[in-house]
Ligand binder design. Structure first.
Ligand code: HSE
Length: 406
């Protein structure tokens, strides 16, 4: 079975090498013989052992009837969307690792795959090598998924781990993440939560049946997290993680958000350290099930891509039916109204006034806190209410971080 790979960056080059390295094993395990015939990239790779496979012309892939499965590991929306659409229309199945593409165009591309009786698979687009899409679609198919919560970004989890374990500042931890090659030179999509948001949108679309666009989701990154927040969380027996979560309220309403969250140390998610990812799925039959592993990296991500390629190769004549509906209006509830507890850190000379408004709150402590710093846990209330109450008080807000029960 001939395969083409579009985009030979970290993941694409991993796919080419993995297919070559494990070809015999894949043949035995999945009874399909995969061979890469073309690699599309605008760059030159004269020293690559696969140098003769490279092309700069997309039509070499589109026009080659021997190529039945195309891998898209280019990243970005354009021209990935145009190339993937053209391949599906030409009767080729496509496997993508591109979360931006799937979160923005997943509904459209799945429809296109259906119309052309081919497959569009994207296991690698969420949590890299961790199997999560297929388990939700297939293994947990008997469940109504009630909720999904994940640590879906390795870069931010690495940074937060360094802040928690080694008491590093955010800036130092980010610099280390960049030095180690986890964070991009421009780490905005990671640290501002956009990458994790795209992934939870894909999972919510699959689990709850309607497309969720990242623009409709409350998204907050980790740039506001300070060493003092980490210390106050520790006082609660908890850690701070960037959590992307989605919860079904009804067929017409979901709660979904990407934001830092306080996670108690007893939680499975609290122990997910460094660049690792984890996804907790809460089903009505299974209860909680947690998937853990490497959410990024060359071979971890290629592992998921190549498994999808094998699946496409095996199902050439049979479409794997899965998909979701177009986005519904008013489907995503207003995050400001979600009911939850919060950890609040303020500067004030009148902690008594704060306690009068918020009631009998749990007060938090940390070493070397300035005199005028006051941190506490609110009762269950909405973020809008917390902000409204704080606006009426003589305080400067340091941070407001939600507390979860995962
Ligand atoms: N930048 C992403 C991360 C890579 O840090 O998890 C995988 O999507």
């Amino acid at each position: 079975m001939y395969v083409a790979v579009m985009g030979c960056g970290i993941v694409g080059s991993g796919v080419v090498r993995l297919i070559s390295k494990n070809r015999e094993g894949i043949k035995k395990r999945r009874m399909t013989d995969l061979e890469v015939k073309h690699i599309l990239d605008i760059r030159d790779f004269p020293d690559s052992p696969f140098a003769e496979l490279f092309t700069k012309d997309f039509n070499d892939i589109l026009g080659d009837d021997d190529v039945k499965v195309v891998v898209e590991t280019m990243g970005g929306l354009h021209p990935a969307f145009e190339y993937v659409s053209a391949c599906l229309k030409a009767g080729k199945s496509v496997v993508s690792s591109n979360k931006l593409l799937v979160s923005q165009k997943g509904y459209e591309l799945l429809q296109l795959a259906k119309d052309n009786n081919v497959n569009f698979l994207f296991e690698a687009s969420v949590a890299g090598g961790i199997p999560i899409i297929r388990p939700i679609v297939q293994c947990l198919a008997a469940n109504e998924v009630e909720e999904i919560a994940g640590i879906l970004n390795g870069t931010t989890n690495f940074i937060l781990t360094k802040m928690i374990v080694e008491k590093m500042s955010f800036a130092d931890a980010l610099a280390l993440a960049q030095k180690n090659g986890y964070a991009e030179a421009d780490p905005t999509a990671d640290i501002e939560g956009l990458d994790a948001c795209r992934k939870i949108c894909i999972l919510a679309s699959i689990a709850f049946g309607s497309h969720v666009y990242p623009e409709s989701v409350y998204t907050e990154g980790i740039t506001s997290i300070s060493e003092s927040d980490v210390a106050y969380a520790n006082d609660m027996g908890a850690v701070i993680k960037l959590i992307a979560n989605a919860k079904k309220i009804s067929d017409d309403k979901i709660e979904i958000a990407t934001a830092p969250a306080i996670i108690f140390r007893g939680s499975q998610l609290a122990g997910v350290s460094d660049e690792y990812n984890a996804v907790l799925v809460r089903g009505d039959a299974i209860g909680d099930v947690v998937f853990y592993g490497k959410g990024a990296g060359r071979f971890a991500t290629a592992s998921a891509v190549v498994a999808d390629v094998a699946d496409c190769a095996i199902h050439l004549e049979r479409r794997k039916y899965f998909g979701w509906d177009e986005a519904k209006e008013n489907y995503v509830s207003d995050y400001g109204k979600h009911q939850q507890k919060f950890m609040v850190r303020v500067e004030t000379d009148d902690a008594g006034a704060v306690r009068k408004v918020f009631g009998d709150v749990r007060v938090l402590n940390r070493e070397n806190a300035p005199e005028n710093e006051f941190a506490f846990v609110t009762p269950v209330m909405s973020l809008d209410e917390v902000k409204r109450e704080l606006a009426s008080l003589p305080v400067t807000i340091g941070n407001i971080i939600r507390i979860t029960d995962y």
